[in-house]
Ligand binder design. Structure first.
Ligand code: 4AD
Ligand code: MG
Length: 429
């Protein structure tokens, strides 16, 4: 008998097929039993009617328990009310693996318990939907860049130098010297951009951040485009087109997942370029009026980002930041106290999803930056070479996958947007 995935059953009406999956749920009454089966591609209502099957088969359903794995066969029938529009009239089944006392029951569980059981929690309906959105989001990001002249080239994970400051480095011993897990692939992407023009790097990034917020992980995935001969405005043009494409594509292709997540998609439908752009100084004018705790010249906190983004119906750029709060590699603005950075803030309080800017292309200015940040010049010798041999204006950005997926799915904490999150409190499973 043919093995068919649940998502394809519509094409097999009237035929006998086998489905391989797990028991998601059971509903039993005296004369009819419903086994809800999941196989990763969907949910299937499998029906066993007492009058239509042998007594042995009808009674053996008692042996099924939540999450037992099984191969089940029967006839595919039209059923408008069932998930997927079909049901299976069961003729028989075989248990592949038992499941006794599955810890995650349909009742409500607290997040710490679910996090301890993350390896099993991933099978639940909402987590399943979030993972599908995640995979589709990453694909849309890559698709956009691949079809717009970018070359995907990965950066190393182990490195001798820091990109985003030394305070959040994870260190490890590396054959007699110290190595650090990458905080960002940017510096290497700048090198490959000088070889290929437009590139992006995609990979896991690591930050030993003590912050226990709903937006911080210690290991997260970042996609980082880098473009030779791009200034800050060209960078922002690219970011808004890229983000619009990603959101609109996921909206179209993950409709059912977003329904499972009960996401109100009206605000996502408005995510279309162009996005509003305000300078840090303009943002500070607003915050000084609205947030008594805001101090001009300092970085935004979560509440400040929300106060700014609330004023717009789509993501908003903030650009030209005070030099003192940004990394060593940013290009100076006209006012030398500011640098040409740009952050993109998502609506609805989801905060910064993109950080980027124009890079310093003058070797002496860059040397000053390295010194000023207390970094070891020797570790950046290769990076300085990029300014010594044919330097050009260039820009790029990094988009955090988990923050983007959290925003699209409307989930409160980004730990639910990655299969196995790493935070201060989560190293297992
Ligand atoms: O703003 P960040 O720190 O920028 C960089 O790392 C640049 N080197 C990127 C570049 O220009 N190529 O981080 C970029 C994005 C943030 O906007 C956010 O989406 C995400 O990475 N991010 C985090 N996501 C989860 N947990 C954390 N601890 C994160 N830190 C940054
Ligand atoms: Mg940032």
């Amino acid at each position: 008998m043919k093995w068919v995935y649940i998502k394809d059953l519509k094409g097999y009406l009237g035929q006998d097929v086998v489905v391989k999956g797990w028991v998601y749920n059971l509903r039993v009454s005296k004369n009819i039993k419903f086994i809800i089966v999941r196989d990763g591609t969907g949910l299937l209502q499998s029906v066993v009617v007492k009058a239509e099957v042998s007594e042995e088969l009808f009674n053996s359903i008692e042996d099924l328990t939540q999450e037992a794995s099984l191969e089940i066969h029967g006839t595919v029938k039209d059923c408008e009310r069932a998930p997927g529009g079909v049901e299976l009239a069961v003729k028989g089944f075989k248990i592949v693996g038992k499941s006794i006392d599955y810890p995650i029951t349909p009742k409500e569980h607290g997040t710490p318990f679910l996090m301890e059981n993350r390896h099993l929690w991933l099978r639940s309906k909402k987590q399943h939907a979030i993972m599908r959105v995640r995979a589709r989001t990453i694909k849309a990001m890559r698709d956009y860049l691949d079809s717009n002249g970018f070359l995907g080239l990965e950066s190393p994970i182990l490195s001798a130098s820091s990109c985003e400051g030394t305070s959040t480095l994870f260190a490890c011993e590396y054959f007699g010297e110290m190595a650090y897990l990458s905080q960002s692939g940017q510096l290497y992407a700048e090198a490959t951009a000088m070889a290929h023009g437009k590139v992006y790097t995609f990979g896991p990034t690591f930050r030993a951040e003590k912050s226990k917020t709903r937006r911080h992980l210690t290991e997260f995935w970042m996609l980082e485009p880098e473009m030779a001969y791009y200034d800050l405005d060209m960078n922002m043009d690219l970011i808004e087109n890229f983000v619009s494409y990603v959101v609109q594509t996921v909206l179209k292709e993950c409709k059912e997942d977003l329904i499972v997540l009960e996401r109100d998609t009206s605000s996502l439908e408005r995510v279309k370029a162009p996005f509003p752009r305000i300078s840090y100084s303009e943002a500070a004018d607003i915050l000084e009026k609205e947030c008594p705790d805001f101090i001009r010249g300092e970085d935004f906190g979560a509440a400040h980002e929300t106060a700014i983004s609330q004023r717009y119906d789509r993501p908003v750029f903030v650009y030209d930041f005070p030099k003192v709060i940004k990394g060593f590699y940013f290009k100076e603005s006209k006012d030398p106290n500011f640098v040409r950075g740009c952050d993109l803030l998502a609506p609805e309080g989801f905060g910064e999803i993109v950080g980027g800017g124009q890079r310093e292309d003058d070797v002496n200015k860059l040397l000053e930056g390295i010194e000023h940040h207390g970094l070891n010049q020797d570790d950046y010798k290769w990076y300085l070479d990029l300014r010594r041999y044919g330097t050009v204006p260039h820009s790029g950005f990094g988009i955090g996958v988990e923050r983007t997926v959290g925003w699209i799915c409307g989930v409160h904490h980004i730990r639910e947007t990655i299969p196995f999150p790493r935070t201060i409190n989560n190293l297992r499973p």
